[in-house]
Design a protein around this ligand. Structure first.
Ligand code: HEM
Length: 208
């Protein structure tokens, strides 16, 4: 058991397999729905969307609540390369891929429910006929802005600040500090936007 739990790949894939077995036993075996049933697909998409959303926002909160406020408390001579060369690049990997998968599954979820265009135009394309589409559309735009910040601002700046994969070896210490600050400010912006974004994500079904 310790060997199994000691391997994150085994644990993650087993958790995913258990979730899918549960979904299939309940909806397909129990309720007799087909695999291509609209609700089965939607349940699968909702689950995968929230799962990868946690991967993304979990890392965003790790950076903002744990890493950024606490690294300066470590005396400079003890900091070493552990965080900048190992922990932060690994966290950034799951962070940005979590963001991409959240965007893709979110778009599929809206498409599956037939309101992708309506939501992204904030209801304009249908003359504001459905308030739910305006509501979820605001959440989708907030999350899309957050995604753009991750891939086009935070990641490129962190690559330069931490010299990830040794792609920017010639930058000065001051230039790196500037990139680190830009990444931090946009990361903070995403932390700020995450709460209102989640009101739309979680409230759309209830209030829409
Ligand atoms: C990146 C762009 C995103 C898009 C396009 C998007 C899109 C959507 C859509 C269309 C829904 C279904 C709403 C409904 O009809 O009830 C939804 C639900 C949801 N989303 Fe997102 N989303 C995005 C980002 C996020 C993020 C970052 C999170 C963070 C965890 C998140 C968490 C959720 C949750 C918890 C639900 C509710 C599921 C439910 O009530 O069953 N989404 N999202």
């Amino acid at each position: 058991m310790a060997t199994f739990l000691g391997n994150i790949r085994y644990v993650a894939w087993t958790g995913i397999a258990l979730a899918l077995i549960f979904l299939l036993s309940y909806a397909v075996v129990g309720q007799g729905r087909g695999l291509t049933d609209y609700n089965v697909i939607q349940a699968f998409l909702r689950w995968s969307h929230v799962l990868v959303g946690i991967m993304w926002i979990g890392h965003l909160y790790y950076f903002n609540f744990t890493q950024i406020p606490n690294v300066p408390k470590i005396p400079e001579e003890h900091r070493g390369p552990a965080i900048s060369k190992v922990i932060a690049p690994a966290a950034l990997y799951w962070f940005r891929h979590g963001a991409a998968l959240t965007l893709v599954t979110g778009i599929l979820l809206a498409w599956n429910q037939g309101y992708l265009i309506e939501a992204f135009t904030l209801g304009l394309s249908e003359g504001f006929a459905t308030t739910k589409h305006v509501f979820i559309g605001i959440g989708m735009w907030l999350a899309t802005i957050m995604f753009i910040n991750v891939w086009f601002v935070i990641w490129p700046n962190q690559q330069r600040a931490l010299n990830i994969d040794d792609r920017f070896p010639d930058l000065t210490k001051e230039a790196r500090a500037g990139h680190a600050r830009t990444a931090m400010l946009f990361s903070r912006t995403n932390t700020l936007l995450s709460a209102p974004m989640l009101i739309a994500m979680t409230g759309a079904q209830t209030l829409g």
